[in-house]
Design a protein around this ligand. Structure first.
Ligand code: ATP
Ligand code: MG
Length: 662
């Protein structure tokens, strides 16, 4: 594929940054369904209330939880940016997620409908969950785990993952969940950073129709330390495992001999709840520390507000992995604090067939679905006819998280999954924010495809320019959070300096999220991708998200990732990697067509210099595109850190696309 420079603009061309930030105009609007709006959990009044008294608003939300000692103080911001929320309150997080629902008479309600990949299933009621969590808490205590200790969890998507997390919370130990599937090196790095004394794992889990081993990676990692005292092993697949006597114990044996009663002790609201490492999309993962009372308040509130959860009738399903923050906040903590019934699925969406997700929605009558743009784009690629075979009429709210959702993917989701009836809520947040921050409310907000739109009630976010001035409506710049929020990270584990440098030094007294954003003419927020990924072409900032969305709006493109690669003439040149839909095949004509398509959507300066059709894109385990690796390829450099990549062979394939970049 030859470089084509004929219509790349030179340095002198006049295109203002502002117009570039607004080139992609999206005029489609979707009002909330009348029925949903009439019965919505949260109405427009919440914004008013929170605006009038932000701390009062959060103090009221904290009353969703059951406190042993009610907090009298809401926010302590005397040592910014180190926040304390509800600091004089005491509670037990696991009690809030489990016991109190049983005490309120909902013990028979299903907490988790587990669907294993091979087709085995299991329904766990709140009463059963209470017994399991209690036994596991007793087991950890027997193994010597105490308040303040750290426990590493490396499990597949099975109910024991939730039980293990809640058992830690119940005894005041912090968990550090590591994605099942990460390498021994990644596990070892996380065990070392957190000083974990116990690791909970399994023999394996089912993936793509086969048992896939987990314990060997743990064995390899744990052997590097003498600090790990015990490895608890859940039996999931029954495959053979190596065994270290004295260190390894079967989960079912240790928990099986414990009583099902465990009295939960109340801990301070600021008791550490977990450490979780960021996805590593932009660099070395950061150990994000979250604590108890504020975190649980905001995860519970946002789950109630953004999904409009009615715990008696809804069936909720979040397809994220438990090893990602979405799994923490919107599988374990938020939904269980709210007494929700949810589906948990172990495997991949195409096992044994590409309709598996929709079969699950139909089987359990799922009403609220939370998934990621990467999954939605994959479903688009597989074709509309697949979801069309299933009854999806139970669905009423659809959520998206993880990356900016391309308007075309949003439209596809709404139409093919939501039957043109369900609101789509695009939720912007991060591991660091702990819970959703910017999202429409399904009963209030007139939705715009591709935009997260408005900060939730009680959240203060805006877009600023280089000098920290708020941009006017229609302007673009950096997303910042301007007031502390209950579920904010408290620090980077054992690295306060990195916490200050990463988030609080770019702009004074504002949290720098690292994402580019723009405000439209209504003041609604559109996320434009990571600041690290913004491309600078002939002196103009161009957002990766907008070029990718323009590519995805072409009927032959399923997915796209663009990067700015060093270029002698223009500083950076746009290189696009695209996955074609179904039957489309690669040829010179299609490449020209795609370049022109972007040109007419966004203007000539946004035309990719090269368009490279590829079979796969490099993604993190949470499904995010790792543009920095594509940039390495486009610039002929050695690849950077690939430890959080799902499948590193993808990079080999892509590199063969670029035999030389001259
Ligand atoms: P690292 O910080 O290590 O590079 P990461 O940022 O990918 O990893 P996460 O905390 O899992 O780790 O991801 C948060 C990021 O995901 C956000 O900063 C943003 O870039 C992106 N993101 C999440 N949800 C959305 C959304 N709804 N719209 C746009 N971007 C989103
Ligand atoms: Mg990040």
């Amino acid at each position: 594929m030859a470089w084509d420079t004929t219509d790349t603009l030179g340095k002198g061309d006049v295109v203002s940054n502002e117009s570039l930030a607004n080139l992609l105009r999206e005029e489609r609007r979707f009002a909330p369904p009348a029925e949903l709006a009439a019965a919505a959990n949260v109405t427009a009044e919440a914004y008013e209330q929170a605006k009038a008294d932000r701390l009062g608003f959060w103090a009221e939300q904290a009353r969703r939880l059951t406190w042993e000692t009610e907090p009298t103080e809401t926010l302590d911001w005397s040592n910014p940016p180190f926040a304390k929320w509800f600091a004089d309150g005491k509670l037990n997080v696991a009690y809030n997620c489990v016991d109190r629902h049983v005490e309120a008479g909902h013990g028979d309600r299903v907490a988790i409908h587990f669907e294993g990949e091979p087709g085995d299933s299991r329904a766990i009621t709140y009463a059963e969950l209470k017994d399991e969590v209690s036994r596991a808490a007793n087991a950890l205590t027997e193994l010597g785990v105490r308040q303040g200790d750290r426990v590493a969890v490396y499990l597949p998507m099975i109910p024991e993952a939730v039980v293990a997390m809640l058992a830690c919370a119940r005894i005041g130990a912090a968990h550090s969940v590591v994605f099942g599937g990460f390498s021994a090196d990644a596990i070892a790095a996380r065990i070392a950073d957190a000083d974990a004394k116990v690791v909970i794992t399994s023999d394996g889990g089912y993936r793509r129709g086969k048992p896939s081993a987990l314990k060997p990676a743990v064995d390899d990692a744990v052997a590097r330390f003498d600090t790990v005292e015990h490895v608890l092993v859940v039996r999931r697949t029954g495959q053979d495992v190596a065994w270290t006597e004295g260190r390894d114990q079967w989960w079912h044996e240790v928990t099986g001999r414990q009583p099902a009663e465990h009295t939960p002790e109340a801990f301070d609201a600021e008791q550490p709840l977990f450490i979780l490492y960021t996805s590593g999309t932009t660099g070395k993962p950061k150990g994000i520390l979250h604590t108890s009372g504020g975190y649980l308040t905001q995860t519970a509130y946002t789950h109630h507000a953004v999904f409009d959860l009615k715990p008696e009738t809804d069936v909720y399903w979040c397809t994220a992995d438990i090893g990602w923050v979405t799994g923490h906040s919107y599988i374990t903590y938020g939904p269980l604090a709210n007494g929700a019934t949810q589906v948990m699925y172990e495997g991949t969406p195409d096992t044994p067939h590409q309709g598996r997700f929709w079969e699950i929605v139909q089987k359990y009558g799922v009403t609220l679905l939370y998934t990621a743009p990467t999954a939605i784009r994959t479903f688009m690629k597989w074709g509309d006819d697949i979801p069309a075979k299933y009854d999806l009429s139970s669905l009423r709210v659809l959520g998206s998280v993880g990356e900016p959702i391309n308007p075309e993917a949003w439209m596809w989701y709404r139409k093919n999954i939501g039957g043109d009836r369900c609101p789509v809520v695009d939720t912007w947040w991060q591991t660091e924010t702990g819970a959703m921050m910017i999202a429409p409310l399904p009963g209030v907000t007139e939705a715009k495809p591709g935009s997260a739109q408005v900060p939730l009630p009680g959240i203060a976010a805006t877009v600023v320019d280089d000098e920290a001035n708020e941009v006017p409506d229609g302007g673009g710049g950096y997303l910042v959070l301007t007031e502390p929020w209950p579920s904010m990270l408290r620090t980077i584990w054992r690295d306060d300096q990195r916490f200050l440098d990463t988030y609080w030094s770019r702009f004074p007294e504002r949290y720098f999220a690292g994402d580019g954003a723009k405000k439209d003419d209504d003041g609604d927020i559109w996320l434009l991708g990571r600041v690290d990924d913004v491309m600078l072409v002939s002196g103009h900032n161009i957002s990766t998200t907008e070029v990718e969305s323009a590519l995805v709006s072409h009927p032959k493109v399923a997915e796209a990732a663009v990067v700015g690669a060093a270029d002698e003439t223009t500083g950076q040149a746009i290189v696009a990697f695209v996955i074609l839909r179904g039957t489309a095949s690669e040829d010179e004509e299609l490449v020209a067509e795609l370049r022109n398509h972007v040109g007419s959507a966004l203007g000539p300066i946004a035309k990719p210099k090269r368009v490279l059709p590829v079979a796969e894109l490099p993604k993190t385990r949470s499904g995010k595109i790792m543009r920095r690796l594509l940039r390495d390829v486009a610039e002929n450099r050695e690849l950077g850190d690939v430890t959080t990549l799902t499948d590193s062979s993808v990079m080999d394939l892509i590199q063969t696309k670029l035999p030389s970049s001259s």
